[in-house]
Design a protein around this ligand. Structure first.
Ligand code: M6R
Length: 367
């Protein structure tokens, strides 16, 4: 039931402190400084010997996969490829028994993902499932896996399942880095406690930013197009923010790596175009600030997600949405929350059925 919330989507956005905690529970033991993932233990040998990891997914789950790629490559120094299941399924990909395939799916029933996995399994690859629905088809055909424990997601636009996928990917990347000996004890400890703090930080966003984001939604609800830009760990979050807006508000939105802007999309920028930057404090911050300046110079309207206490962007942007400071590796778990809220409130302002957007199904069981 929706309880006090107008829509399931809003309820599910607000559940995230709890659902992220549930994804971490019993797995991340911050005080002991350990991560336990029984699914990973089951395929530890394959992981030790893997040449690469291939992540296969669709839609929002594919965006989580992109974050996973950045995490695993950075922390585990292991080659990762992220594939759209529909493409991977049909293009006769090269699969070897040394490949570990990570499938990401909320429903566990997405047809393209399921068949892509069946094909790879036949060719001897090891399949690891990150799935929300217990006992679903993808969970059943996987050799091992880790459930996301987000609980039933009713809103067609995925929110809490996405952050649960990110939380599990963080655990996997950290555990794998430990197994492969590619992370120092010190960094491991720092990232464990950063991850452990995420649920409280998400709660802070929900407690402090909702009314403000509602106002931003009122201001921009009639825009015809939106651009979403981010770099590094926040690039997939720009893609996810754009997808949420499209699904819920039917406004055309595109996500790009911020630096790709000059290679085409900048031609779209004028005083009518809102550009949402994911500009939290990280290694790319200076570069993203100069991307923001480039947009402003062309009269684009900048809305930015920024870290608490960082004033660099506040003076430049039309408006900012604030998230608590965090290590850049866990930042996507925070940065996506304001973007979910923005999409939700724009959809509501436009009088749309945000829980059941037109033309979409909760699980896509046909190709
Ligand atoms: O159940 P899955 O995670 O496999 O679903 C994949 C996509 O269909 C899904 O993420 C879709 O993009 C959502 N509507 C996103 O909000």
């Amino acid at each position: 039931e929706k309880g006090n919330f107008d829509h399931f989507m809003l309820k599910e956005i607000h559940e995230q402190p709890q659902t992220i905690r549930d994804s971490l529970r019993g797995r991340l033991l911050a005080e002991q400084g350990t991560i336990t993932l029984s699914g990973l233990d089951k395929i530890e040998n394959q992981l030790r010997e893997a040449n690469r990891i291939v992540i296969v997914a669709c839609g929002t789950s594919w965006h989580a996969g992109l974050v996973g790629e950045y995490l695993i490559e950075e922390l585990c120094r292991l080659n990762v490829e992220v594939e759209y299941a529909s493409e991977y399924r049909y293009r006769n990909p090269i699969v070897s028994p040394k490949d570990v395939i990570i499938a990401i799916s909320q429903s566990g029933e997405t047809a393209d993902t399921l068949v892509a996995l069946e094909n790879a399994k036949q060719q001897g690859a090891t399949i690891f499932g990150i799935v929300n629905v217990v006992g679903s088809s993808i969970a059943r055909i996987s050799h091992a896996g880790a459930y996301t424990h987000a609980g039933p997601e009713i809103g067609v636009a995925s929110t809490k399942a996405f952050t649960a996928q990110l939380a599990v990917l963080q655990l996997i990347a950290l555990k794998l880095a430990e197994i492969r000996g590619t992370i120092s004890r010190e960094l491991f400890g720092v990232l464990l406690s950063e991850l452990n703090e995420v649920p409280d930080k998400v709660q802070w966003i929900l407690d402090n930013q909702v009314n403000h984001i509602q106002n931003i939604a009122r201001q921009y609800k009639d825009a015809r197009d939106f651009l979403y830009l981010g770099r590094g760990y926040n690039f997939p979050i720009a893609l996810e923010g754009a997808l949420k807006l499209k699904e819920i508000s039917y406004i055309h939105a595109e996500g790009y790596p911020a630096a790709e802007m000059k290679h085409g999309p900048i031609a779209l920028v004028d005083e009518m175009l809102p550009v949402v930057f994911v500009a939290t404090k990280d290694a790319y911050h200076e570069k993203i600030v100069s991307n923001i300046q480039e947009i402003i110079a062309r009269k684009g309207k900048v809305v930015a997600v920024v870290s608490e206490g960082d004033d660099t962007v506040t003076g430049l942007a039309e408006t900012v949405m604030v998230v608590p400071r965090a290590h850049e590796i866990v930042a996507p778990l925070l940065a996506v929350i304001p973007l979910q809220l923005l999409a939700y409130y724009i959809g509501v302002e436009r009088g749309l059925d945000v829980d059941k957007p037109r033309n979409l199904a909760k699980s896509v069981t046909v190709e």
